[in-house]
Write a protein that binds this ligand. Sequence first.
Ligand code: G4P
Length: 308
Amino acid sequence: MEDMKDIQWFPGHMAKTRRMIQKSLPLVDAVAELLDARLPLSSRNPEFDRLTRRKPRLVILNKADMADPALTQQWVEYYQKRGAAVITADSKSGKGVKSFAPALRRLLAPQLAQYAAKGMKGRPIRVMILGIPNVGKSSLINRLAGGKRAKAEDRAGVTRTQQWIKVEGGVELLDTPGVLWPKLEDQEVACRLAFTGAVRDEILDTEALASRLLVFLHRQYPKALEERYRIAPDAAYTTGFDLLELLAKNRGMLLAGGVPNTERAAIALIDEFRAVKLGRITLERPGEQSQNGADHGEKTTDPSDGTV
Ligand code: G4P
């Protein structure tokens, strides 16, 4: 699977994806949009609605095992209110993946009734999976297909056509998922994706990133910081960097002369956050401010409001 760390998003790549989606849309009954449950806004492609037009949509909040369960429930309702069918999944272990076909059947009930009326009862439901890199597209496809993935034909002289992977419940998946791009030009989106490791760390300074994450955690998940790093919920600080120094001191990460090794502390925090050692954390809340337009709510630029 393509990896965001290796992808340079350039207009040619986007145009290719747009063409692939346009070509495939008439062949499918629904689109399945895979999102990271920790980032249900920032892991969206800003053009998704325009790209997929009015196709019925199944939203899959993936990596739900890493996200805050209470917030995941709120996000389920958020996307349901916007007309999508929604499921939560952990495509690594396979938990929740069984709901995929039943959710599609419910979503497409009117169309399925029409097919049945026309005597096309056994007709498969065809679906295209879309999502940004690293969100779990190939893990989900492998889980759904249970190891019996269709092999792409690559013999010389044989035209490669789109293939369908049969999965449970009379559903067929287009064999290549659409790899969408996130809104990386939005600094907040880029930071949030960087916290989860979905984008290259080098884009942003590690200490700045960690400081930002600490401010968010101190406001939204103070218990996690207290339990893991002994940073008190009422710890006084002016900037996130003060919290990073505190973390370094509490962890005994000191340079010569007792200077806090903030670089080491930043790497430790980010690694441990990604490994879910601070607990299940969601970085975005419904109704919270964000820059991404109507579907993404509105935004404030002040990081002290508790958003990242
Ligand atoms: P992609 O096709 O959309 O690019 O994503 P892919 O399936 O390759 O998944 C990216 C990473 O996320 C993989 O980890 C994968 O195991 C992990 N992942 C996918 N879905 C879930 C999920 O629901 N929960 C959790 N916890 N992890 C998930 P990796 O570190 O790249 O590989 P590996 O450690 O699994 O070998």
